[in-house]
Write a protein that binds this ligand. Structure first.
Ligand code: ADP
Ligand code: GLC
Length: 502
């Protein structure tokens, strides 16, 4: 590696394909690769979850670190490993008592947060901060430590008053998850007592790891320009809007990209047939047929003729899944549309979806769970994609569907507003339309957008144009990676002065 390359330590709680619960995992995979491709010297630090350790082949022990946990000192091993999907080394915090357990990175089998999450991510952050200072004397001292979401919020705080420290960048992927813990945890973890103030990490009687990242990082980014503006308002700010507004000078909205090696209909190995914007129909039909046959023994003519509306995602209120559940029965009565939904999340939504599918086995196809393969097949096989999120920091699925010729139907918020152009007379004429956008957050407006989509679907030439516009757009990381590199290059002192507008 070129010795002049910028050294960047990425710190995150998940990364595709090792461990992923949502878009964070995708970004933590694809952004550092985009930076690496542009000459950056990257390491990615992850917690040593059981599911992750299982996938590691050869590991080298970089060293041992002792840090404060909830009940005294915790010893961790830092492992270095190479993974076939990664072009740069991975560093893993191996601490069996905190991370070597089955299941999800954040919640136990019952769906409840792991009770020791405060300790797990405080220890992870302490270790990350030490590695940011090259405490193991590896000779690799990062110039930038780039942290992601609340699980890594304390890293910038631990680094803030260290001499000769790297620059810290904190990316908010979702402000809804604040990493809130009690005063008791704060005391047990022996966090610095001067942090206990409203200007620091204290938040409504407890403390917030997300707030720590916002307060202490040299630069804060979020994943779309619209979301960067939205989170400075009470409607989207989760109580942190005032704070974010006061830090506006260091807040940047940089749109996520998508990994076009993984999400590309002309090369996607998960599909029954590959296709591209110049020849959409035959390939898309083959995928639609296989997708329907995944749920029904045979995709008859009626099924193939009927529009198929897809959704993939976490089944939580953010994603407007309750609007989807309310809209489907209306559309079942009103139209011949069919639905295919994949997701997991809150039990109540999972149960309602299962019930709906049981009531309409020929028209509502549901799979509860996490299924990467089926996610690709839905993007390719569905005719349109529903993503009526109440808020959406960026959203990747709408970009995947745009590139797969599956026009998305979205609420005008965050990254959805920044990527989807509503099909109206003007945008259809000038070929900028790529989907359907509704502007009032309720079921009636969502339904109207779907009705508009279904009407346009009946006009094949116009529909094809809409598909082609989305498929020919580029959502790769080129521009965004450039923005991050520029941000890494401004000095710490410049951050507090420069007002960024992108
Ligand atoms: P979020 O990060 O809020 O969940 P995004 O749209 O940014 O939303 O990213 C979601 C990512 O997770 C996409 O890659 C999507 O395909 C994937 N995903 C979500 N739920 C599932 C699921 N049940 N099965 C497979 N992939 C899923
Ligand atoms: C979060 C957001 C989503 C975003 C993803 C990656 O999970 O909910 O909108 O695309 O992070 O940044």
């Amino acid at each position: 590696m070129n010795s002049g390359a910028k050294k960047i330590l990425f710190v995150a709680s998940e990364a595709y394909p090792l461990v992923k619960t949502g878009g964070l995992g995708d970004v933590v995979y694809s952004l550092p690769h985009a930076l690496h491709a542009r000459g950056a010297d990257v390491r990615l630090l992850l917690p040593g979850y059981r599911a992750l350790l299982r996938q590691l082949d050869q590991v080298r022990i970089l060293g041992w670190l002792d840090v404060r946990g909830a009940e005294g000192i915790v010893s961790v091993r830092i492992l270095e490993t190479r993974h076939p999907e990664y072009a740069f080394p991975l560093w893993v915090v191996d601490c069996p008592s905190l991370f070597d357990r089955p299941g999800n990175p954040y919640v136990g089998a019952s769906g409840q947060d792991w009770p020791d999450n405060a300790e797990r991510f405080a220890v992870f952050a302490r270790v990350a901060a030490l590695l940011g200072l090259d405490a193991l004397d590896t000779g690799w001292q990062p110039e930038v430590v780039h942290t992601h979401d609340w699980q890594t919020g304390l890293v910038a705080a631990f680094l803030a008053d260290q001499p000769a420290r790297p620059k810290t960048v904190f990316t908010i992927h979702n402000l809804a998850y604040g990493g809130y813990f009690s005063h008791g945890d704060f005391v047990r973890l022996q966090l610095p007592s001067h942090w206990w103030s409203p200007e620091s990490v204290e938040f409504h009687g407890g403390f917030s790891m997300l707030k720590a990242g916002i307060v202490y990082a040299d630069a804060v980014t979020t994943v779309s320009p619209t979301y960067a503006a939205e989170i400075c308002t009470p409607e989207f700010g989760f109580g942190l809007d005032g704070l974010l507004l006061s830090f506006k000078h260091k807040l940047h909205g940089i749109l996520n990209g998508i990994d076009t090696k993984i999400w590309n209909p002309s090369t996607d190995k998960h599909l029954s047939a590959q296709y591209s914007s110049s020849r959409i129909l035959p390939g898309k039909r083959r995928n639609k047929q296989s997708l329907i046959e995944h749920f029904l023994p045979q995709a008859d003519d009626a099924a193939m003729q009927a529009p198929l509306l897809g959704q993939v995602g976490r089944l939580v209120e953010q994603k407007g899944i309750d609007w989807v559940l309310a809209a489907i029965p209306v559309l079942l009565a009103e139209t011949n549309a069919r639905f295919v939904l994949l997701g997991s999340g809150q039990t109540i939504y999972e149960q309602k979806l299962i019930r709906l599918a049981k009531q309409h086995p020929e028209r509502v196809f549901v799979e509860i769970g996490y299924d990467e393969l089926l996610a690709h097949q839905i993007e390719a096989g569905a005719d349109m994609f529903m993503m009526p999120s109440r808020f959406e920091p960026c959203g990747l699925n709408q970009m995947y569907s745009l590139n797969y010729g599956t026009p998305p139907i979205v609420f005008k918020t965050g990254g959805l507003a920044d990527t989807v152009v509503d099909a109206d007379k003007t945008t259809l004429k000038d070929a900028t339309a790529n989907g359907f956008v509704f502007e009032t957050p309720d079921v009636a407006s969502f339904l109207n957008a779907i009705r508009r989509a279904l009407a346009l679907y009946q006009k094949p030439a116009q529909w094809r144009k809409l598909q082609q516009t989305g498929m020919r757009q580029s959502f790769d990381w080129a521009d965004s990676a450039g923005h991050y590199l520029a941000l890494y290059s401004t000095s710490i002192s410049e951050d507090s002065h420069v007002i960024h507008t992108h």
